[in-house]
Design a protein around this ligand. Sequence first.
Ligand code: NAG
Ligand code: NAG
Ligand code: NAG
Ligand code: NAG
Ligand code: NAG
Ligand code: NAG
Ligand code: NAG
Ligand code: NAG
Ligand code: NAG
Length: 891
Amino acid sequence: MRLTRVLALVSLTAGFHETKARTLVSSPGQIAAIPSWDLQSSAGIGPDLNIVSRPGFGTGSWHHVKISKCTLMGCLVEAGVYNETDLFYSDNLRKVDAQQFSVPWIYRSEFSLEPGPGKHFFLYTHGISSRADIFLNGHQVASASEQAGSFAGKTYDVTKLVSRQNALAIRAYPTDYYRDLALGWVDWNPWPADNGTGVWRDVEIKQTGAVQLEQLRVVTRLGPRLGNEPAKVTLKARAHNLEDFTIRVTAIGVVSGPNHRPVVRTHTFTLPPRSVTDILLDTVVEKPAIWWPRQWGGQPLYSAKLTVMTADGGLSDFTEAEFGFRTVTSTLNAHNDTTFHINGHPFQVIGAGYAPDIFLRWSLPKWETTLRYILDLGFNTVRLEGKNEHPSLYRLANRLGVMIMPGWECCDKWEAWPYNTDLPFPTVPVWSDADYAIAHASMLHETAMLQSHPSVLTYLIGSDYWPDEHATSLYLSAFHSLDWQLPITDSASKRGFSPQTGPSGMKMDGPYDWVPPNYWFDTVPASSRYGAAFGFGSELSAGVGTPELSSLRKFLPPVDLADLWRAPNKSLFHMSREGSKFETREIYNAALWNRWGAPSSLEDYVMKAQLMDYEATRAQVDGYVAMWSEKSRPATGMVYWMGNNAWPGLHWQLWDWYGRGMGAYYGAKMGREAVVWDSVRKAVWIVNRSLIEMGRRRVEVDIVGLDGRIVYEGKVEVRTEGNRSQRVVELGEVFQNVTTMVFLRLVLRDEKGIVLSRRVYWVAKEVDVLDWERSEWYYTPVSNYVDYTALNRLSPANVSVLAVNRGKSEVSVTLENQSEVPAFFISLNLLDAEGSDILPVTWEDNYVTLWPKEKLTLTARAVGFGKWDAVSVQVIGKNVAQVIVKVARKR
Ligand SMILES: *[C@@H]1O[C@H](CO)[C@@H](O)[C@H](O)[C@H]1NC(C)=O
Ligand SMILES: *[C@@H]1O[C@H](CO)[C@@H](O)[C@H](O)[C@H]1NC(C)=O
Ligand SMILES: *[C@@H]1O[C@H](CO)[C@@H](O)[C@H](O)[C@H]1NC(C)=O
Ligand SMILES: *[C@@H]1O[C@H](CO)[C@@H](O)[C@H](O)[C@H]1NC(C)=O
Ligand SMILES: *[C@@H]1O[C@H](CO)[C@@H](O)[C@H](O)[C@H]1NC(C)=O
Ligand SMILES: *[C@@H]1O[C@H](CO)[C@@H](O)[C@H](O)[C@H]1NC(C)=O
Ligand SMILES: *[C@@H]1O[C@H](CO)[C@@H](O)[C@H](O)[C@H]1NC(C)=O
Ligand SMILES: *[C@@H]1O[C@H](CO)[C@@H](O)[C@H](O)[C@H]1NC(C)=O
Ligand SMILES: CC(=O)N[C@H]1CO[C@H](CO)[C@@H](O)[C@@H]1O
């Protein structure tokens, strides 16, 4: 008896100590996330959350995390139960016990508040997977039927429940992707054992006075003379009188921007007891600074704040939002292909699909790397399929000028429509009334979160299938009620559409697996050309993205490394999910073996894979940008599938889990202006993706044989025009005389002779022959492969390497080909003192091919926060032996 009491006292004190000092919020308008959690499986705790949620309940034996949000797996990695390096190695992820997640888990935290007369407190959720009971201080706040859905953010008035010392307990229920409106992974990667269950977004506490405000909405109206006439800005927020008496309220709206004094508007009105009203404050910004996507201009950002004061002069609440002046519209052309317009200009989307962390762990630096890589690639957009994540994602995109396409995901409960022929009914139940309610709440929450961000391009309310009429009307009413000003896209495909939205104008016709480079340029009729470069492709690629050796060795055991080249048809755990079409590299490897010859070692396989990947991504980007101005059926947009993976994956990525950009990345990299080879028309295109730039350009065309002998040299003078692609050189006749494999070098120079784009292609006499009629949803087979094996027999080239450190964050490497033969496909990689890759980093260019005697200087730059102690650079090419060269200090 005595002993028990002592123990209870000890655990009480322990709980108290940890949280005593932390007053979460203490003034009206202040909002803060619960900063840390204790968590434990409900097995063994018992069902009584009334007790668990009392201050002082002992959690000494629980897991502890000092972060504000994490799924169960994310929390357990954070708490040290699992080690990421180990989990991601080989097939260890498979060994995590999923059974432990078949029961609810409890998250618990203690915090202090300073309650008192006239003070009100709210608990905000932003979605908990899959659903949750919420208890505060021994009382139930919400049941799992109320707090249901990963995106359904809810607000709970907890004024009557709070005290100085508070304990919050959340019981999160298991997530089933087929039954719950959650965040699933489709075939992207293995599913985490917990299916992402838990407090994956912040849970917040807010303090207010007698009047509470919901999220601020900002409605902007720009005149047609963009930036040259005043813009109307309306601040809107729903206000609640929380008291049983009438309140006289003064609302104060402030709009601040980069180049003017804050604009202030006030409005005084009375709010009847317990009533709700929308506050509207109209303001005018005389000379609005216009927000542009990065390639087209600056990113001036404005802030808006709406404050409510009560008659006693006291601050009651405020709400803030960041916004920018820009317009987004979309149009359908005669083919029902969508073109987006930003600030009135047709905007060709060149984007990539984004995968968050497999355990949904949020890292702002990692997201910054994503955006910096997107910009470095010359891309302008990121698509999030059902992974909308957090407000800071959009804030950083606002700052960096990258467009974001958020939306709902495919292939699970989100698309459980009777007409969806891809889902395993009835394993996936069709929607119940409760599901419609969750979806509606989810849409309201996401709309409020996204409404003001200038980086948002559109919202996709469906991916592979369009939502049914009832869901569509619920979604549209949510957008409408919260002043959505952007295009709404009904799905990412052309399988059908609701009359309420009209056609999406996006196609989803593959490919997802390997197709040859000429696929994108092919000229067979559009009806049988699937993903080729026309229209708006919402997710498509040749599926490539093989990591380099340094990365492969981090997650593949020796047996898998050997099988990469010895067992080309093997299922690999780090490919797509087991059971999907993409768990082997069979289609890809068939092409590699046929085109490049059977690999003789792992190193040879990885080199050939980098060549395959580079060629595949370059042709896709080239094709889409070249066909932008094509008259009969322009390419209006493209989302490369995908930019990155949720864990160390073997394909569908431009840079790998560790941040290394491989052949796939540098193939896809495209400048603001570029010169492009069209292997089908045997023509050279120039593309200019800026808006205003135009002028005289010179295009130089050089062809050499594999022995370095000059085959052809030519140049043309052309005029470039902004935002346009044009076909400038025809080489059909030249190639009629070419009987062997050659290298083709294209260089684009401006009036001053400065190189704007320099690209080298390897060109065989024939191209791969596509068998369009046998196309599947995921690829188009090749009936006759091109023969590149002559490239395996290139004479070795000698390349001198001079690497110089140019300060804290830059290294320049000068390559010079000493030989009479081209130096083919040279990659550069910075290493630290231990010989590990230095990441994240961007290279001006990489995987380059040098002409005989050619000299090229390439600069590497650190991405922001990366550690930067480059000691050496590793250089290797197809016919250039590997060297590791010391980086010299700047003289
Ligand atoms: C995880 O394990 C690896 C080795 O397997 C070790 O180097 C690393 O420090 C561990 N990480 C943590 C957070 O303990
Ligand atoms: C995860 O979701 C899948 C698909 O709905 C389901 O089969 C599985 O049981 C779920 N796992 C857990 C731990 O709930
Ligand atoms: C475009 O969509 C409309 C329906 O909004 C349809 O009537 C029309 O036939 C479509 N046009 C083409 C070329 O598919
Ligand atoms: C941009 O490209 C589109 C499509 O090729 C064209 O209609 C438009 O006039 C171009 N120029 C500008 C400045 O938007
Ligand atoms: C791989 O599968 C293909 C058929 O897809 C077959 O032709 C080939 O022989 C297989 N290769 C190996 C090494 O088993
Ligand atoms: C693109 O066009 C703009 C103006 O039209 C011009 O200033 C710029 O130099 C062009 N860029 C290239 C690479 O041709
Ligand atoms: C092709 O070769 C023929 C015969 O040598 C020559 O007359 C012709 O000019 C060549 N054509 C081109 C485009 O080089
Ligand atoms: C490369 O350089 C080495 C040393 O300078 C020399 O012995 C060799 O012949 C050169 N090889 C070629 C292909 O030029
Ligand atoms: C630009 C250039 O020609 N650089 C070097 C190429 O290689 C030869 C030796 O093969 C050198 O003499 C050149 O200086």
